[in-house]
Design a binder for this molecule. Structure first.
Ligand code: CA
Length: 144
């Protein structure tokens, strides 16, 4: 499948955010959109897996603790399907990282919540192979 390209324009990368906590999901969606990304969201693992298959995002931000299907299972299934989308995993606890890394799930990076937005953004640019861009203006607050 050819990648969509705008001649001479900016190709907007698509990021799938799978997170069941509304506040985190909404903040990520708003901030990522403000950075020019196309954003798709899912609030549980099952929906996240379906959207990863259907939307073919350029990168996924995947929470570990999710309803219906845990993040580690979403990750495992995608890798089993030879889907190599970069995955940044969010975990609530450091112990989770040890547990998950021990299983060698195939996620590219792990961040423990609460995470630094700027740190996450750095990793996003890294895995998308994009140059880091300076954030313009103050961080937006999520819209109600
Ligand atoms: Ca969660």
């Amino acid at each position: 499948m050819p990648e969509k390209q705008n001649k001479g324009g900016i190709v907007s990368k698509k990021i799938l955010v799978v997170e069941d906590e509304d506040s985190i999901r909404n903040v990520l969606e708003v901030r990522l959109k403000n950075c020019g990304f196309e954003v798709v969201t899912a609030a549980d693992g099952e929906d996240g897996l379906n959207k990863a298959r259907a939307e073919k995002p350029d990168l996924m931000i995947l929470d570990l603790g999710l309803p219906k299907l845990p993040g580690e299972e979403v990750c495992r299934q995608l890798r089993n399907e030879e889907n190599n989308v970069p995955i940044i995993m969010l975990t609530a606890k450091t112990e989770d990282v040890d547990r998950v890394v021990g299983k060698v799930l195939g996620a590219n990076y792990y961040m423990t919540k609460p995470f630094e937005w700027t740190e996450l953004l750095k990793k996003i640019y890294k895995y998308l192979d994009m140059e880091e861009q300076a954030e313009s203006g103050p961080a937006p607050s999520p819209e109600a």
